[in-house]
Each structure stands twice: as C-alpha cells, then as structure tokens.
Design a protein around this ligand. Structure first.
Ligand SMILES: [Fe+2]
Ligand SMILES: [Fe+2]
Length: 249
C-alpha cells in the first residue's frame, strides 16, 4: 500500500493532481457553493446575510473555547452560516415588519428551520447532514420549548446549541426593524439568565468565559468575500485572548 507521500510523489510524476489536493479542492468547492447559497439571503433582507456572517465569527470563537477539533469547527461554521437560509422563502413583508408578527405570520416565520434543512439537503451533498441538522435545530430550546421538534438537552446537536447562543447574541446587539440593539454586556447577562431554559448551561459557561468587549470585537471585523468560512486560527486566537485585531480573516 502506498503511503501518503508516495501517493503524492506518484501523482506528481504522472502529472496528475495529488489526491490530497482533490480533497482540498472539493472542500473549497463546497464552501464556494455554501457562500453562493447564502448570497440568496440578500434578496429578501439585506441584514440576514450580514447576520449570518457575524454569527459565523462568534461561533468560530465559541467553538474554539469549547475545544472543538478543526473538522467540527468547519461543520459548525457551515451550519451557522446557513442557519437562516430557509428565510429566503419567508416574505420580506414578514421579515422586515416593524411591529409584532400576527399568529399567522409567526407560523410562516417558524417554518424557516425545516425549509432551510430541505434546501441544504437538496442543494448540497448528503455528507452535509451534520450541517443540515444545525440549520434544522437552531431554534430548539434546552428545556424542550423550542421548535420545530421540541428536543431537550443533549438531544439537540451541539452545533445547534452553539448556534442558538450566538444567534441570540447577534439578534440582541443588532439594529432590527422591530427593536433597538442592547449593549454586549446586557446581551451577555440576558444569555446568562436563560441558561438551562433556552441555552445549554455548558455552552453558556464557555460563552461567559470571554468578556463582552471581546465578543463586541468580532462584530466589526472586516470580512472579505469567499474567505470567511476559513478564518486563520492564529488571528481568531488573537481576538479571543490578546488585543482586538483589525481583521480575523
Ligand atoms: Fe432562525
Ligand atoms: Fe438567525
């Protein structure tokens, strides 16, 4: 059996690409497809795409604090980026409504995790199942009162439990048509107050191990297109543990 180095050498001698390059290329192709899919969110609501990009940065940081391996971090970033993709089928009049949603409008809004799951399953490869479950379960609550399935505790995939914390962080700290933003310190307190009801207490504990100002630094970093699904670990570390940097990507 050929070793990895031998396989690369053989490929090079034969003038064909290395199998390792094929793997890297196919990962890159998947991410280009994911980011192109995400662009569709701009059609309905210009902030949903920006929201998705911000929550990727928060999730990457939280995933690192939780010590997730690189492969899980990539799955997390992909799932978190696509978490609201189902909103492309929610009318803009509902997405951008300044007042409270009516019961009918709310039921339309609540369909977006299932719609998003179907979109991911039908447009991306079957190997994206873990990504798709982050999309499907990001509105589940730890105490079982969320939707669409009413899962409880660790029945909810870890990626979805992380997504729900960073999703709420960004929702609270962003200007929305129906609400003014709160400070990062207030948002962190609100998240703390909902551990064990809305959120997994272990994820919240990891989240609160970083000061609100650090989380705020992730809100404003520059984010070149087609690269944000592949942040530099060194620069993410810098934002988490040292001085806030200008860019993590
Ligand atoms: Fe959502
Ligand atoms: Fe969201």
């Amino acid at each position: 059996m050929l070793t990895t180095n031998a396989m690369e050498l053989t490929s090079a001698r034969q003038g064909s690409p290395s199998p390792l390059n094929h793997a890297a290329d196919s990962q890159y192709t998947i991410d280009v497809a994911i980011e192109a899919l995400g662009e569709a969110l701009n059609v309905q609501d210009s902030d949903t795409l920006a929201h998705s990009q911000r929550v990727v940065r928060y999730a990457q940081a939280l995933g690192r604090i939780l010590d997730l391996p690189d492969s899980k971090l990539l799955t997390l970033r992909r799932g978190v980026f696509l978490h609201d993709i189902g909103k492309m089928y929610v009318p803009a009049s509902i997405l951008n409504k300044p007042g409270q949603l009516s019961p009918v409008e709310w039921s339309v809004m609540q369909r977006h995790p299932v719609t998003g799951y179907k979109i991911v399953r039908s447009h991306l490869s079957l190997s994206m199942e873990e990504v798709a479950t982050i999309v499907l379960f990001h509105h589940e609550w730890y105490d079982g009162t969320g939707y669409p399935s009413g899962l409880t505790g660790e029945e909810i995939p870890l990626g979805a439990r992380i997504c729900s914390v960073v999703d709420v962080l960004d929702a609270l700290t962003s200007d929305r048509p129906y609400r003014k933003p709160v400070s990062f310190a207030e948002a962190c307190e609100l998240i703390r107050s909902e551990r064990e009801t809305h959120f997994d207490p272990i994820v919240v504990e990891a989240f609160l191990s970083i000061k609100p100002a650090r989380w705020q630094a992730f809100q404003v970093v520059a984010c070149p297109r087609q690269l944000f699904l592949h942040p530099s670990p060194a620069e993410t570390s810098q934002l988490l543990f040292d001085q806030p940097a200008v860019s993590v990507f």
